[in-house]
Write a protein that binds this ligand. Structure first.
Ligand code: 13P
Length: 255
């Protein structure tokens, strides 16, 4: 499976800063991007268009939105639609990032509805899942990942069969306790969680579940990226803090 290396810039960078970092990536990546690797950057809304302009026409580079509201348009003050994201150049969206779930209170049901909406309206979707520390300590890893994935797979309309998902749905496993804490999950923990996720995907959509990429996220840095991406069922990385500087993100991409 090809590998996806994604940057989540969260609420960092204005347009100039974003275009500068995107330019540093675009200047070298078309030459050095290893075959079968794809890079996606998720800037804040106001910088999506700036990054999309820099990436335009560059092979293997894509841009996405970090959030959106699952309605075509309407009286939803403060929200952004899928068409608006596409209009500024987004090809991807995140759904269910841990900060959306735990800082903004998005439920499994809302996250599932958002992922279904984005896919139905033609944007590739990265569905994020992951357990909190107390859930892991209670031995609930399997139950949490099952609940989060099941919410999405059961919310799909009839037309969204499993075979239609590879190529447009990616899963990102991000243990909440490893996000922004410097505490990366160990190889055993990552192997276990990705194995559970793979088994669940196969349970929900059969063989198509083998073809859905599962990214790891949570304190990925240049010095641990190589070991993480080499693990079974790790088909990419979703990087926060270490993606903000081009040099550090480039080292991760090349790891
Ligand atoms: P950090 O890499 O800063 O831990 O963030 C991970 C993350 O949330 C990516 O979506």
């Amino acid at each position: 499976m090809h590998k996806i290396i994604a940057a989540n810039w969260k609420m960092y960078k204005d347009r100039t800063q974003a275009a500068t970092t995107a330019g540093e990536l675009a200047a070298v990546l078309p030459e050095i991007l290893p075959a079968g690797r794809e890079v996606i950057v998720f800037p804040p809304f106001t910088a999506i268009e700036s990054v999309a302009r820099v990436f335009d026409g560059k092979k293997g580079l894509a841009v996405g939105g970090q959030n959106f509201y699952p309605a075509p348009e309407g009286a939803f003050t403060g929200e952004i639609s899928i068409d608006m994201l596409r209009d500024v150049g987004a090809q991807w969206v995140l759904a269910g990032h841990s900060e959306r779930r735990h800082v903004f209170g998005e439920s499994d049901e809302l996250v599932a509805r958002k992922a279904v909406f984005a896919l139905s309206h033609g944007l590739k979707t990265m569905l994020c899942i992951g357990e909190k520390l107390e859930e892991r300590e209670q031995g609930s890893l399997y139950a949490v990942l099952e609940r989060q994935l099941m919410a999405f797979f059961e919310a799909r309309p009839d037309g969204m069969a499993g075979e239609t998902l590879p190529g447009r749905l990616a899963i990102a496993y991000e243990p909440v306790w490893a996000i922004g804490t410097g505490k990366v999950a160990g190889p055993g923990e990552v192997r276990e969680a990705h194995g559970v996720t793979r088994a669940l995907l196969e349970r929900f959509v059969g063989d198509s579940g083998k073809k859905l990429p599962i990214l790891y996220g949570g304190s990925v840095k240049p010095d641990n990226a190589g070991a993480l991406i080499a693990l079974d069922n790790v088909d990419g990385l979703l990087v926060g803090g270490a993606s903000l500087e081009a040099q550090s993100f480039l080292q991760i991409i090349g790891a």
